[in-house]
Design a protein around this ligand. Structure first.
Ligand code: AMP
Ligand code: TRP
Length: 328
C-alpha cells in the first residue's frame, strides 16, 4: 500500500519554490494514496523563533496547504507538536544514529557555518525528520531536491534498525520531481530560492501580491545574449524562469521555448507575471476564504487524532523491539 508523508517548516514565508517543489505534488498525490501533510513546528525550533510569530505561522502553513488545494477530506493535515510520538520516536532513533552520519548532512553544514551559537537540535534535526516519516509506515515522501540527503539517511537508519531488531519499519522513498525540484533564487540563479535567505529580491512568497512580485520577475538575473533557450548549466537565469513558467502554466518547456523563439526576455518575463498572477491570485483568494480559525483548528485537531492513532501503533512496535517495558 502506498502511503505519503511530507512536512513544511513554519519558519518563514513560503515561497513559490516550496509550492512548485513540494506542495503542488502534495495536491496531486492525495488522489493516489493515503496522505499525511504535517506542519513541522518542532523542526522550526532548531533556530530561534519568536513564540507568537511561530504560533501564527504554524496555522498559516496549514491554511496555505488548504489554499493550494490539499483537501482535508482526503488528506490528513496536522501540526507535528500535536502528536507527541514524533518527539518520542525522535529520541529512540537518536540512539540508533551515529554522530558521523549527522556530521555529513550538508544542510547542517550550511545552516551552522559561521554561527557561534548552534543548538543541538539543529544537529539532530534529520533524526526527527526520520521519525516523522517512519512513524506512518510511509512509502513515498514528496520533497524538493534539497531534502534528498535527509531521506537517504532515513532509509539508512530504518534499514539498520530492521537489521538489528527485525522488520519494524517500512523503508521510504523520496519522491522528487524530475523537473522543478530546485527553483533557484531570482537574483542569483546559482543559489536555491529559500524562504530564509536575506535578500527579498531572491524569492517570491506564495501570498505575495502581484505588485510586489512583478518587479522581482522583471529584474530577475538573466544573461545578456537575449536568447531564450533551456540550458540550466550555461543559462541558469532564463532556464529558471522557464521552469517556473512551465510549472505554473502546466506547459512543457519545449513548447515555451518554441513559442518565445526570437523574442526578448522582457516579453517572456511580462507573460510570466500574468500567468503567476492568475495562479497565485487563485491561491490567495482561497487563502482569504479559509479565515475561520475555529474551523481550521477543528481540521488540525481531527488530523492530529488520525495521525496519533497511526503513530501509536508504530511506536509500540519500536518500543517492543528495543526492549522497553509496556503494560498491556
Ligand atoms: P522548507 O522550506 O525547508 O520547509 O521546505 C519545504 C519543502 O519545500 C521541502 O520539500 C523542500 O525540499 C521544498 N523546497 C524548498 N525550497 C525549494 C526550492 N527552491 N525548490 C524546490 N523545492 C523547494
Ligand atoms: N526537513 C524538511 C525541510 O526543511 C521538513 C521536514 C521535516 C520534512 N520532516 C519531514 C519533509 C518529513 C518531509 C518529510 O524542508
Amino acid at each position: 500500500m502506498k502511503r505519503i508523508f511530507s512536512g513544511v517548516q513554519p519558519s518563514g514565508n513560503l515561497t513559490i519554490g516550496n509550492y512548485l517543489g513540494a506542495i503542488k505534488q502534495f495536491v496531486q498525490l492525495q488522489h493516489e494514496a493515503e496522505a499525511l501533510y504535517c506542519v513541522v513546528d518542532l523542526h522550526a525550533l532548531t533556530v530561534p523563533q519568536d513564540p507568537d510569530e511561530l504560533r501564527k505561522r504554524s496555522r498559516e502553513i496549514a491554511r496555505i496547504y488548504l489554499a493550494c488545494g490539499v483537501d482535508p477530506q482526503k488528506a490528513t493535515i496536522f501540526l507535528q507538536s500535536h502528536v507527541k510520538e514524533h518527539a518520542e520516536l525522535g529520541w529512540l532513533l537518536q540512539c540508533a544514529t551515529y554522530m558521523g552520519e549527522l556530521s555529513r548532512m550538508t544542510q547542517f553544514k550550511d545552516k551552522s557555518s559561521g554561527k557561534s551559537a548552534v543548538h543541538v537540535g539543529l544537529f539532530t534535526y534529520p533524526v526527527l525528520m526520520a521519525a516523522d516519516i517512519l512513524l506512518y509506515d510511509t512509502t513515498h515522501v514528496p520533497v524538493g531536491e534539497d531534502q534528498k540527503q535527509h531521506i537517504e539517511l532515513t532509509r539508512d537508519i530504518a534499514e539498520r534498525f530492521n537489521h538489528r531488531y527485525g522488520e519494524v519499519f517500512v523503508i521510504p522513498e523520496a519522491e522528487i520531481q524530475a523537473f522543478g525540484a530546485r527553483i533557484m533564487a531570482l537574483d542569483d540563479p546559482s543559489k536555491k530560492m529559500s524562504k530564509s535567505a536575506e535578500s527579498e529580491a531572491s524569492r517570491i512568497a506564495i501570498l505575495e501580491p502581484v505588485d510586489v512580485f512583478r518587479k522581482k520577475i522583471m529584474r530577475a538575473v538573466t544573461d545578456t545574449d537575449n536568447e531564450i533557450r533551456f540550458d540550466p548549466e550555461r543559462k541558469p537565469g532564463i532556464s529558471n524562469l522557464l521552469t517556473i513558467y512551465s510549472l505554473f502554466a502546466d506547459e512543457p518547456v519545449e513548447s515555451l521555448v518554441e513559442r518565445y523563439a526570437g523574442q526578448g526576455y522582457g516579453t517572456l518575463k511580462k507573460d510570466l507575471v500574468e500567468v503567476m498572477s492568475e495562479k497565485l491570485g487563485a491561491i490567495q483568494r482561497r487563502y482569504e476564504q479559509w479565515n475561520d480559525e475555529a474551523e481550521l483548528d477543528r481540521i488540525l485537531a481531527r488530523g492530529a487524532e488520525k495521525a496519533r492513532s497511526l503513530a501509536e501503533q508504530t511506536l509500540n512496535r519500536v518500543k517492543d523491539a528495543m526492549g522497553l517495558v509496556r503494560f498491556s
